[in-house]
Design a protein around this ligand. Structure first.
Ligand SMILES: Nc1ncnc2c1ncn2[C@@H]1O[C@H](COP(=O)(O)OP(=O)(O)OP(=O)(O)O)[C@@H](O)[C@H]1O
Ligand SMILES: [Mg+2]
Length: 343
């Protein structure tokens, strides 16, 4: 099917949300086609949750709007939008004091799905889909994080949505549970091909790369790049030379001084690792060695690799997705050493 005649499950028009002088989402325009898993990739505070909440009418935009399934406007038809959009929030909200089945029954009554055989079958089917059939009558407070997340997804699907919004579906999960959630998201895509799309937000690169058909990289409320993972990587072109050194910061500072025609971008990935974006790794490697030795930078090892989504992110935003975590860790470290000194 050509991409042109697929339905737009989402189409935003200058979608904006402002809180005082913070512009959380800034005149954002994008489309999600039927059959797509569309990813929002961005750091903390980028505006992912705010956009998702506007699309399911939990928040009103301060400017612009969005249309769901080429039919319902989030401002004009909020009731219709709620009926066809499933929302799985970032924070787990299933009730621990109820069983899995009771949680879904509660949701069904909230959405006015009439009691009866059909509803029971629907619930059973959803529990099976997320592999919780065996635990249907178990109390949710005994469930692991991954199981709760799966139950949330089942709950989001109960209304048979056209659009499923998954806000950070695998945050806080161990790698095994994370992979299991990925499996389920993929299963959904295969099961409901037509008139269905998933929008998921994440700050896991690997997750975005593996699952999403297209990705919008969002930073400070603005979409800075939007394409398939493959094209995003291809667009930044070139290769990445990663070097392990004694002092990452010093090395990064030195390489930043080089001409942009040779070194496109430099980023300190950790205290001892620096990523250098270049046009061609093979020809850049000896030059990098030469500069290093002239500046007494001891390169312990060097790798040349193709760009990853992390590099794409660095390319467009100048920071890594982990920068904020790193800032937090160094803040805690600084506070801790201050305390130690004052004792
Ligand atoms: N209720 C609110 N009042 C004021 N500011 C808000 C409110 N909700 C969100 N914001 C601000 O809007 C911006 C975007 O927040 P949002 O929750 O959409 O980010 P996010 O991309 O989902 O981040 P995270 O990865 O941490 O979940 C942030 O600066 C945040 O502080
Ligand atoms: Mg969020």
């Amino acid at each position: 099917m050509s991409s042109d005649n697929r339905m737009n499950i989402v189409k935003t028009k200058n979608l904006t949300k402002q809180w005082g002088n913070i512009v959380a989402v800034d005149h954002v325009n994008f489309e999600i086609k039927e059959g797509e898993i569309f990813g929002f990739l961005g750091p903390n505070g980028a505006g992912k949750t705010t956009t998702i909440k506007m699309l399911c009418t939990l928040l009103n935009p301060t400017d612009g709007t969005a249309t769901i399934a080429e039919e319902f406007d989030i401002l004009q038809d909020p009731a219709e939008v709620r009926r066809c959009v499933g929302y799985v929030p970032q924070d787990i909200t299933v009730d621990g004091r109820l069983t899995a089945r009771e949680n879904l029954e509660f949701q069904a009554s909230l959405y006015g799905i009439p009691r009866g055989k059909e509803r029971e079958e629907k619930i059973e089917q959803m529990l099976k889909l997320v592999e919780l059939g065996q635990r249907a009558d178990g109390l949710v407070e005994m469930f692991s994080g991954g199981m709760r997340r799966r139950l949330e997804i089942a709950r989001g699907l109960l209304v048979e949505p056209i659009l499923l919004l998954l806000d950070e579906p695998s945050v806080g999960l161990d790698p095994v549970s994370r992979k299991s959630i990925w499996g389920h998201v993929n299963k959904l895509k295969k099961k409901y091909r037509d008139k269905f799309a998933i929008l998921m937000s994440t700050h896991y690169m690997e997750e975005a790369d593996r699952l999403c058909d297209r990705i919008a990289i969002i930073d400070r409320g603005v979409i800075v790049a939007l394409d398939t993972p493959k094209n995003l990587k291809r667009k930044i072109g070139g290769q990445v030379v990663e070097i392990d050194v004694e002092k990452g910061r010093r090395a990064a500072k030195r390489f930043e001084k080089e001409d942009k025609s040779f070194i496109i971008n430099v980023k300190e990935l950790s205290d001892q690792t620096v990523a250098i974006e270049v046009n061609d790794g093979e020809s850049a490697a000896p030059k990098i060695f030469k500069i290093a030795s002239e500046n007494k930078i001891d390169i312990k090892s060097m790798r040349i690799r193709e760009p990853s989504l992390e590099d794409v992110f660095i390319h467009y935003t100048g920071k890594t997705l982990r920068d904020e975590d790193t800032d937090l860790i160094s803040f805690v470290r600084r506070q801790f050493s201050k305390r130690m000194r004052s004792l």
